[in-house]
Design a protein around this ligand. Structure first.
Ligand code: HEM
Length: 336
């Protein structure tokens, strides 16, 4: 009897101990926690199904796709590859321009200013140029903010200022795309006739545009270098406009996520190369060449500038009676 009681007491003790342990430490708290367990399941799901799709309340069922493998490639491209392409192109061109300026300096009007001018661009042409240029500069800054802002600007100005700046820049980027696109169409129509490549361009290119050395190869109204800028503006402008509107109006016209990923890749790469190319144009139009800026500012150029850089155009203008001949030497002396 005594032995039986001892066994019952021992069993009760074991049970009580088991109950205490069970209530004091839940079973799951003892198992090691794997913080990436969900991600592993997600990865397995992706491997098996190629995408993760759920159910949603939005009428457009495409919004139910949460993850798909192409999305990861696209994210890698837009967060790593694109910034590298942009940085190399833009810093590369800036470095070349600085080196060129230090070595060659400003290209001067060799024969000096004649004091007589020739009309080069009408006021309408200048209006179109400056409208497009102003839009382009804001589009470039706001676009670069999308690609580089988080890395470069955010640490400098802090999250609040960066958020406000980025929001305004995004509005500017969207709305200024319309006058910019109009400007590209106008530039295409206004200057097409002068920008069809011809044999003179081959010789101009062969002589390196005369920019190295002192020779000035002949050119009509636009030389081969300017024709390149024109076609970069027309084709690059068309590419960024088309891809930009595909992004601005998602799924419009039957586009899907893959099309929009391609649109973003093309928009980003062409946009970055476009900015790099226009830096070269802005350089030549300002500190790179004496007498160039006034062509787009008041619409006229010095006749000697025109003879040195666009000799065939001057001949053409002279034939139309647009070039005033220099006053006879005797008269000049009398006036003096
Ligand atoms: C501050 C910026 C800019 C300056 C100072 C500038 C200056 C000039 C000048 C002086 C010319 C006339 C060259 C000549 O007489 O032969 C010109 C022409 C032209 N510009 Fe600009 N420009 C600027 C920005 C832009 C932008 C952003 C675009 C387009 C997105 C553009 C497109 C053109 C085109 C297509 C031509 C005619 C072809 C050529 O001369 O290269 N420009 N620009």
């Amino acid at each position: 009897m005594g032995t039986l009681l001892r066994h019952i007491r021992f069993l009760a003790g074991v049970l009580a101990l088991a109950c205490m342990v069970a209530t004091a430490t839940p079973v799951h708290a003892q198992q090691p926690v794997n913080p990436t367990a969900n991600a592993v399941q997600e990865q397995q799901l992706l491997q098996q199904l190629n995408r993760i799709e759920g159910r949603g309340t939005l009428p457009d069922t495409r919004s139910n796709v949460l993850e798909q493998p192409a999305g990861r490639d696209w994210r890698q491209f837009s967060q790593v590859t694109l910034p590298w392409i942009g940085a190399i192109a833009i810093i590369g061109v800036l470095a070349l321009l600085v080196a060129f300026y230090l070595i060659r300096g400003m290209v001067r009007i060799k024969s000096g200013r004649s004091g007589r001018v020739l009309v080069r661009f009408s006021s309408f042409e200048r209006l179109v140029h400056w409208m497009t240029a102003a839009c382009f500069i804001v589009l470039a800054i706001s676009g670069l903010n999308i690609t580089f802002g988080k890395q470069l600007l955010l640490p400098l100005i802090g999250p609040e200022a960066f958020t406000a700046f980025s929001q305004w820049m995004k509005y500017a980027h969207n709305y200024l795309s319309f006058p910019f696109t109009l400007g590209v169409v106008m530039i295409f129509l206004l200057w097409l006739a002068g920008n069809i490549p011809n044999r003179v361009d081959v010789e101009w290119l062969r002589q390196g545009g005369g920019i190295v050395g002192d020779k000035h190869p002949p050119a009509y109204r636009f030389n081969a270098g300017q024709k390149m800028i024109y076609w970069i503006v027309v084709l690059g402008g068309t590419a960024v406009a088309v891809t930009g509107y595909l992004l601005m109006f998602p799924f419009w016209g039957g586009t899907d996520i893959v099309t929009m990923q391609w649109a973003q890749i093309i928009h980003g790469v062409v946009g970055a190369l476009f900015v790099a190319a226009m830096l070269g144009h802005i350089y030549i139009g300002t500190i790179g060449m004496e007498g160039a800026f006034e062509a787009m500012w008041d619409g006229t150029v010095d006749t000697n500038w025109a003879k040195e850089h666009h000799s065939l155009w001057v001949e053409h203008e002279a034939a139309k009676g647009h070039v005033t001949p220099p006053p006879p030497a005797g008269k000049m002396q009398a006036a003096e």
